[in-house]
Design a protein around this ligand. Structure first.
Ligand code: ADP
Length: 387
């Protein structure tokens, strides 16, 4: 063996060992099921420089969408090599090694050919990690959505059963209470008590009606609906309530919105339910802003208030059936779950933004081009009464 070849072989072997340990570490880091994608990328970027020839001067950077992960706060402007991050055919960023303060002897050829190959392999591994993590997150999201839909069905059935069972005895209570008032010479005190019984029974009956409508499945009655016009026509429904609550109404309505295929009465319920929530949240008056607009093939209806806002800890629960923070007479907790059911049936989306003590904004987005699914709402007819 030629003695002069030995150091070269040794150095090639050393490079290969570094390469393999780098890929092994990536496999280990990405294998942790509890680590977030951000944690994994940060850990990988931190250890990447050790696999390059001059680890002391190398800085690694991973760019994914708008996010940048770096092994150092310092961003050198020296020589660099890059490999793109392509996730499922879409270029989403890159992985890069940059050098700073290289000695003049190393400046001419700072990178080995093997290092570009290693970087390409790192980029390929990173793309697989991103893909895997995003697929898992999407599966979890769908799972949660399915569980929510399942829960709605179960609760709907339960609600219908309970409501039917309670309806009869409540009607009897009401009927006999009314009969009792007809008996001659009933003392005033007893009459006052009977009136209380009647009022409580009536309140119970109102809740039962809401439960029954919540549980009822109703096919969508599709027609072409102009949402801006619908808001204008419905305004009378909430005007009196707003006036008596010291709430000013501002309209920012786009008159050029295209008509969409939707169930008009259900969309009216959505708007009414959202407006009532907004008005109820403005305990000492405020401003209600109702906006319609079109953006990216979606029609948006946004209801904004200057009320209490929604506390972050209850945000995940506001669409749950029967979740309410209101007094018994004020809320049943069905309004938003009905809104959710209707908008899902229309293949739309709902987003909620809230700043505690400043107000909330609920935006409903409906697709312009797609007609709604034919039949599939739960509790679609629950309408909040504004008066
Ligand atoms: P309900 O109004 O009968 O309580 P909803 O399902 O409509 O039922 O709303 C659930 C909960 O979400 C409310 O009790 C309230 O805590 C919260 N919420 C909804 N809209 C708003 C809003 N605009 N501002 C503040 N809180 C809101």
């Amino acid at each position: 063996m030629n003695v002069s070849e030995l150091p070269l072989e040794e150095s090639a072997l050393r490079e290969r060992v570094k390469e393999l340990s780098c890929l092994y570490s990536i496999a280990q880091v990405s294998g942790s099921p509890s680590a977030t994608l951000d944690d994994i990328l940060q850990e990988i970027v931190t250890m990447l420089p050790t696999a390059w020839r001059y680890p002391g001067s190398a800085v690694a950077r991973i760019v994914l969408d708008q996010q940048i992960f770096s092994s150092s706060a310092h961003h050198p402007a020296g020589p660099s090599q890059t490999s793109p991050l392509v996730v499922r055919g879409v270029e989403r960023g890159n992985v890069q090694i940059l050098y700073a303060q290289l000695s003049p002897a190393h400046r001419d050829e700072p990178f080995l050919e093997e290092e570009q190959r290693l970087l390409n392999e790192v980029a390929r591994q990173l793309s697989l990690i991103v893909d895997r993590k995003e697929t898992t997150a999407e599966q979890q999201r769908l799972q949660t959505k399915l569980q929510h839909a399942d829960r709605l069905v179960t609760i709907g059935q339960l609600a219908a059963g309970v409501a039917h069972e309670l309806n009869e005895p409540l009607n009897s209570i009401l009927g006999f209470a009314q009969l009792a008032t007809k008996v001659p010479d009933v003392p005033q005190q007893v009459l006052a008590d009977i009136a209380r019984i009647e009022a409580a029974a009536l309140h119970g009956r109102k809740i039962i009606r809401q439960l029954l409508t919540f549980a009822r499945q109703k096919p969508l009655q599709d027609s072409r609906v102009n949402i801006t016009q619908l808001v204008r026509e419905s305004a009378d429904t909430w005007l009196a309530r707003c006036e008596s609550s010291g709430v000013q109404v501002e309209y920012v309505l786009d008159d050029d919105v295209p008509p969409i295929v939707a169930d008009e009465s259900q969309i009216r319920q959505v708007i009414t339910n959202l407006v009532l929530n907004a008005v109820q949240a403005m305990l000492t008056g405020g401003t209600l802003r109702i906006e319609t607009s079109v953006k990216e093939s979606y029609l948006h209806i946004s209801i904004q208030d200057t009320g209490t806002g929604i506390r972050p800890e209850i945000l995940p629960r506001i669409f749950d059936p029967f979740f309410t923070t209101k007094d018994v007479n004020q809320g049943t907790g069905l309004g938003l779950s009905v809104v959710h059911g209707i908008i899902t049936a229309h293949q739309g989306q709902i987003s909620v933004e809230s700043t505690p003590e400043k107000g909330a904004r609920v935006t409903v987005s409906l697709p312009i081009s797609h007609p709604p699914e034919p039949v599939r709402t739960r509790g679609a007819t629950h309408d909040k009464t504004l008066c």
